[in-house]
Design a protein around this ligand. Structure first.
Ligand code: NAP
Length: 282
């Protein structure tokens, strides 16, 4: 078997950001600075790192980043009020609530409090429904990244069997809907799936969205399949046993530098688009 094509997310992300830079400049000429507000509740170090990475990515592109930090003891009502203030603020174009939020908070209520026009991370139920109907302004960022990588490399989706492992509201379910909307035949697997290896082996396209390091075994992958590993586990390890999967896959995303950087560039793209809408350019 030949070496697979490594689907280089860093390169895809760099191209997207290069395209966005001109659009940010054009907005600035009109006196509008695209602005993403990030909300971090509590002191989880991993969440703090993710928020910082996203804010830095914004700044590098000339997008303003407003950071709202709330204590661990924040109630659902207090978080909803903070989101409400950002919804009302015309200078804020996108809102990102870093998840998970501390246990006692109603995370779903908080996500759904984000105004649909500012839901650049694609986390609201309304955004999910629009996405499933193929009409979302801003689909969930990681699913959008996966589709963008496939399109960038000219990998066909229509008529192919896509097997998605994971069904979370931000990843497994929306990416399944997006692949279905692009005329793939989609199988969705989850923790109660009894014959996972056989299911994965059916996939022309395999999406790993499990959250377990090296969980998808190389020998499960059908020879010639395309593998997209959304997993990001401690130690920079994906959800796929990469080396073993390389023996069967025709193309595969590495971890890191695969889906992750494109996900951040999707967040930037959606924020720029939200600012363009606010400026009447879209
Ligand atoms: P999640 O909410 O924990 O969902 C995990 C999914 O995996 C669930 O649907 C679960 O099934 C399924 N699952 C768990 N054990 C399984 C098993 N033994 N067999 C089959 N399915 C199993 O995770 P998530 O938020 O979707 O994230 C998934 C991964 O993607 C994580 O590694 C996360 O770090 C990564 N991620 C990456 C990015 C990025 O930008 N690259 C963004 C978001 C997430 P049930 O529904 O039955 O419980």
């Amino acid at each position: 078997m030949r070496e697979p094509i490594v689907l280089d997310g860093s390169r895809v992300a760099a191209e997207i950001k290069a395209n966005l830079a001109g659009r940010v400049e054009r907005l600035k000429e009109l006196g509008i600075v695209p602005c993403l507000a990030t909300i971090l509740v509590g002191g989880d170090p991993a969440s703090a790192t993710y928020v910082k990475m996203k804010a830095n990515a914004c700044r590098r592109l000339g997008i303003e980043s407003v950071r709202v930090e709330l204590p661990e003891t924040t109630t659902t009502e207090e978080l909803l009020e903070a989101i409400g203030r950002l919804n009302e603020d015309p200078a804020v174009h996108g809102i990102l609530l870093q998840h998970p939020v501390p246990g006692p908070i109603d995370e779903r209520a908080a996500f759904d409090a984000i105004a649909i026009g500012k839901d650049v991370d694609g986390v609201t139920m309304l955004g999910f429904a629009l996405n499933t109907f193929g009409a979302a302004a801003y689909p969930s960022c990681t699913p959008a990244a996966i589709l963008t990588i496939l399109d960038h490399y000219g990998i066909g989706i229509e008529g192919r069997h896509a097997v998605v492992v994971g069904r979370s509201p931000i990843l497994g379910k929306p990416v399944s809907a997006m692949l279905l909307n692009r005329n793939a035949t989609v199988t969705i697997c989850h923790s109660k799936t009894t014959d996972l290896a056989e299911m994965v082996a059916l996939g022309d396209i395999v999406v790993a969205a499990v959250g377990k390091p090296r969980f998808i075994q190389g020998e499960w992958i059908k020879p010639g399949a395309v593998v997209l590993d959304a997993g990001y586990n401690p130690g920079n390890v994906g959800d796929v046993d990469y080396e073993a999967a390389c023996r069967n896959a025709s193309a595969i995303t590495p971890v890191p530098a695969g889906v992750g950087p494109v996900t951040i560039s999707m967040l930037l793209k959606h924020t720029v688009e939200a600012a363009e809408r606010a400026a009447g350019l879209r």
